[in-house]
Design a protein. Structure first.
Length: 299
């Protein structure tokens, strides 16, 4: 069918229709940048043709050169037959208004934590200039560290990951945003070997439980397993963060952690902790906040 498409399809509109049909026919899972076949097909086509990502209509009836058609159809075919997340095909992922280089060495950025940086934290961090040192645990592509640098202009940021491969990707993004002097990449396991204390610690750690990992759509199997699963209930990394965070926080310091769908399990495990669950675009059960004093039982 793809060879026939190369012969008969001529315009962006043709390719878009063909891609949507193939995506729907294949029953693809959309969870790495879009949530439907049309939007993902449009993004893939516009990106590949070096067109503005927010401007489709003027180009719908533009005819493609043979080389352009070959490149676009090749990526559409890979998306269908290999079920590779579109971000890995384009080597680009967006998180809010920020775009990042990604490949199979890191998970595709999709954390809710970025929505909470800056103004949403004002009840706990009165002025953004008060954040002098910050920590991003499990930094992956470096996306949250970079967005922290944007929201907290006075902050020096440590970005930690256990994966050297991930840190190589993070270095690409940090250089792209010109933040080499403000973001320090550290190869370690969570807090191990870290020195000093921080005003803000954020983390989007692995949090998928073992049963859910086994049932993930094929698209997710292209992502590093190390960055997805965290023990039988998905909370191994989160437990370690809660156990150690207080000694790495300054007085009134803030811990912000994303835990997926594990709120009930976490609250049952720590009934003494007064978790604050912050509202995100996905709801109020995905990211919790604790202060240093709450972690220590002093508030």
């Amino acid at each position: 069918m793809f060879s026939e498409a190369a012969k008969h399809l001529t315009t962006v509109r043709d390719i878009l229709r063909f891609a949507v049909s193939r995506f729907n026919e294949a029953g693809l899972h959309f969870g790495h940048g879009s949530d439907n076949a049309h939007d993902e097909a449009a993004y893939l086509i516009l990106h590949t043709l070096n067109l503005p990502l927010d401007t489709l209509e003027p180009y719908l009836d533009a005819k493609l050169l043979s080389a352009e058609k070959e490149e676009v159809l090749g990526l559409i075919k890979r998306r269908v037959t290999e079920r590779i997340p579109v971000a890995y095909l384009t080597r680009q992922a967006w998180q809010g208004e920020f775009d990042f280089y990604v490949d199979e060495r890191v998970i595709v950025p999709r954390s809710f934590v970025y929505e909470l940086l800056g103004e949403p934290l004002l009840p706990w961090i009165e002025h953004e200039e008060l954040v002098h040192r910050a920590l991003d645990l499990c930094t992956g592509s470096g996306c949250l560290a970079i967005q922290m640098a944007h929201h907290y202009p006075a902050a020096e940021i440590d970005a930690v990951d256990l994966s050297l491969d991930a840190l190589e990707v993070a270095a690409v993004n940090i250089e792209s945003y010109g933040l080499e002097e403000r973001i320090n990449l550290i190869h370690t396991n969570l807090f191990e070997g870290l020195e000093g204390t921080y005003d803000l610690i954020v983390s989007n750690p692995p949090y998928v439980d073992a049963e859910s990992v086994a049932e993930l759509p094929e698209e997710y199997l292209h992502e590093p397993e190390l960055a997805l699963g965290s023990g039988s209930d998905g909370l191994d990394a989160t437990r370690e963060i809660i156990l150690q965070a207080a000694k790495f926080l300054n007085p009134k310091g803030v811990l912000l952690v994303e835990i997926g769908h594990n709120r009930d399990v976490l609250e049952a495990a720590y009934p003494e902790l007064p978790f604050t669950w912050l509202e995100t675009s996905g709801g109020d059960g995905f990211v919790f906040l604790l202060t240093r004093e709450q972690l220590l039982g002093e508030a």
